[in-house]
Design a protein around this ligand. Structure first.
Ligand SMILES: O=c1ccn([C@@H]2O[C@H](COP(=O)(O)OP(=O)(O)O[C@H]3O[C@H](CO)[C@@H](O)[C@H](O)[C@H]3O)[C@@H](O)[C@H]2O)c(=O)[nH]1
Ligand SMILES: [Mn+2]
Length: 654
């Protein structure tokens, strides 16, 4: 089980602690599980929090198993008060466990306020004088499960790792961290299946490991060809539902072709596949084919591919040949694990061509295409209640920057080795699956979307017709109506409201013109070699009271849209102003010379177009009248006004 984290400020350790606790307590034999936390932030605080969490786990895990607790992230479980129960033993245990959890929270909080006191402890020496981007590898066995406690009391291994970073070396952000996790876990426990989650995505279904294993091990003739099992991502703090709808339709749709995309979190991978095998490298009985044996197991090819660590190479051979591992003492493997975390370890190896694939900031979609190109299938499981739940950025800059990263990463995939374009003639991926991956091109839509948002206004100002008149207008209105009804039906079929559909339409337009537009700039600058693309970690928060949406479906709410002086808000404000200006000029002109205009120019249809655009950019309209973080700041307003004046002048042809 892998949990990557990168920044103790944007990803508060207590969130990671909860994710880890939820994983340690899943319903599965504890001696077959191990949890690895990779910390790209190289934070003593994170390590401290995990140490404390491992102590609390000795209470939490038996408690969850004894009472068959459903939600095993303590912050979530203790949000609800104890319902009156006659079982006084349960009440006592509940209260004691809650007290211990609160103690844990306090310890983490105190350490966050005063991290210097950790320096005094010898165990934290490795963290002194380190910077997140300049430090050597740290590997710490937080808890080693030596067995003997009985199944319901045992707590799986917990290992903290932080790979070496030096300013001169590329570290590939999360992707590099995932490959390090793959290597260290290979060395230490070498399980054939691996679950990875983002650090905020706690396990919400204790049987999730069994569910995934059912798919891997089911007795169908294709069982060996399922490379990964993907669960959808759900969020406890989301104000909108557009991602849930997208995942539901896209996820299930693609699942019917070759399998769902890997979406970065809530996914179980097969270790052998991550080591680079193709589907035809495996025979019907699951063994390596003779060609694959020659290709993968030759001594020099092993070192070239996987690096110089003998222990690691041996573990790869074992994994490829499906040999079970003798239990080893984790403490004895620390040195070897540190070696495979050196910056230069991957130098002249093929890491990044297998494992999690490099060259895209959206490593999920990139790795996903790589696996499907090698002929593997994947499976989608979407249980109710959801198996994984996490935090999503608040509506505003955080969400816009996240979407920008996703779409930039998706376009990056088009220009690298895994591109669905260059793989056009490779037969191992199904044609329709390849087409589905072109969904990655979505951000190119930003340019036509921007044009569509401006066209009605331009036509009104320029007094030229955008829409045909007479019965032909009926065709356009019918098409638009059908499209709206269809997407509305998609929402309602999943139990979402009309309002939630409207909010989603609005959010998609804002993303298209606020995030995707800038991704195109990112890609152009990257292709010209002017700048590189980085990974800005999304900010995570934890609720302190149950969210309203928990039982009656998440709420859709645009009122919480936050603004600041970022340039990401200029296009939206500009679009709003242009449409407002066009409407105002149109109505003023209409009143002044209602008799002088003939039927050739723009008219009510174009005005309706403007109104529609304004409705879609409603958060911006509201932002004009709000103050503080919900209001659009003056600097953004003035830039947008300047652009609007230019646009109006050009359109009017003055
Ligand atoms: O240098 C880095 C940057 C990020 N992360 C971790 O990567 C995970 C995902 O980062 P987050 O900021 O939460 O990104 P999201 O946009 O919320 O994540 C989605 O999009 C990412 C790709 O852009 C995928 O990697 C994620 O799995 C997917 O859930 C988190 O656990 C981070 O700690 C690292 O370990 N190292
Ligand atoms: Mn996230």
């Amino acid at each position: 089980m892998f949990v990557p984290t990168a920044d103790p400020v944007r990803e508060p350790p207590i969130i990671i602690v909860n994710t880890v606790l939820s994983m340690l307590s899943v319903n599965y034999p504890a001696n077959k599980l191990a949890c690895y936390v990779s910390d790209d932030g190289c934070s003593a605080l994170t390590y401290f929090s995990l140490k404390e969490a491992s102590k609390f786990a000795m209470i939490w895990v038996p408690f969850c198993k004894k009472y068959n607790v459903r939600v095993r992230a303590p912050f979530r479980y203790f949000l609800n008060p104890l319902v009156s129960t006659d079982d006084s033993a349960f009440r006592k245990d509940w209260e004691m466990t809650k007290r211990e959890y609160e103690k844990l929270c306090r310890k983490v909080e105190d350490a966050t306020g005063d991290s210097h006191r950790l320096d005094a402890d010898d165990d934290f020496k490795a963290f002194s004088n380190t910077k997140p981007n300049d430090h050597s590898t740290i590997v710490k066995v937080v808890w080693e499960n030596k067995g003997g406690l009985g199944d319901d009391k045992e707590v799986p291994h917990l290992v903290y790792i932080s790979r070496e970073k030096r300013p001169k070396y590329l570290h590939h952000y999360k992707t590099g961290a995932m490959n390090f996790l793959l290597r260290v876990s290979g060395l230490m426990t070498n399980a054939p299946y691996m679950l990875n989650v983002d650090c905020d995505m706690y396990v919400n279904e204790p049987d999730v490991v069994r569910q995934a294993m059912c798919v891997f091990l089911q007795n169908s003739k294709n069982s060996n060809h399922c490379a990964f099992v993907q669960f959808p991502q759900n969020f406890y703090d989301s104000c909108t539902n557009e991602l849930a709808v997208l995942q539901s339709y896209l996820g299930r749709g693609v699942a019917g072709i070759q399998g769902p995309f890997y979406i970065g979190s809530g996914c179980f991978h097969t270790r052998r596949v991550m080591y680079g095998l193709s589907s035809d490298d495996i025979e019907d009985n699951g063994n390596l084919s003779s060609v694959a044996t020659r290709e993968f197991l030759a001594e020099d090819s092993l070192v070239k591919r996987y690096g110089s660590s003998k222990e690691l190479v041996q573990s790869v051979v074992d994994a490829l040949q499906r040999k079970s591992n003798p239990q080893k003492s984790l403490e004895n493997l620390i040195e070897e694990a540190q070696q495979v975390g050196h910056c230069h370890y991957e130098y002249q190896t093929s890491w990044g061509n297998f494992g999690w694939l490099y060259d895209s900031v959206a490593e999920d979609i990139n790795t996903s295409i790589g696996i499907h190109l090698r002929g593997w299938t994947s499976s989608f499981i979407s249980p109710d209640p959801p198996a994984f739940v996490g935090s999503t950025p608040s509506l505003g800059l955080e969400a816009i920057v996240q979407q920008r990263r996703w779409s930039t990463g998706a376009i990056e995939v088009l220009f690298n080795q895994q591109s669905p374009l260059s793989g056009m003639f490779r037969r191992k991926i199904k044609f329709r699956q390849r087409l589905a991956y072109f969904w990655a091109l979505m951000c190119i839509r930003s340019i036509p979307e921007l044009v569509y948002c401006l066209l009605p206004a331009y036509c009104l100002l320029h007094n030229s017709a955008l829409f045909p008149k007479g019965p032909c207008l009926g065709i356009i209105v019918t098409l638009l109506g059908m499209h709206c009804l269809y997407s509305l039906w998609q929402f309602m079929r999943l139990g979402f409201s009309v309002k939630s559909w409207y909010v989603a339409q609005s959010i998609w337009r804002i993303i298209a013109t606020g995030s995707w537009l800038f991704s195109i700039q990112d890609i152009i600058l990257k292709l010209l070699g002017i700048s590189k693309i980085g990974f800005i970690v999304a900010k995570k928060t934890m609720p302190d009271k149950p969210t309203q949406g928990e039982d009656d479906g998440p709420k859709s709410d645009l009122r919480k849209f936050e603004f600041d002086s970022s340039h990401h808000f200029i296009p939206g404000t500009f679009i709003l102003f242009v449409n407002l200006a066009a409407l105002a000029i149109f109505f003023v002109g209409q009143q002044r010379s209602s008799c002088s205009h003939g039927g050739g120019g723009s008219g009510l249809a174009e005005a309706c177009g403007c109104i529609l655009v304004i409705m879609l950019f409603l958060p911006f309209l509201k932002g004009l009248f709000e103050h503080g973080k919900y209001g659009i700041p003056f600097s953004t307003l003035s830039k947008a006004v300047f652009l609007t004046v230019l646009f109006v002048v050009v359109s009017l042809g003055i």
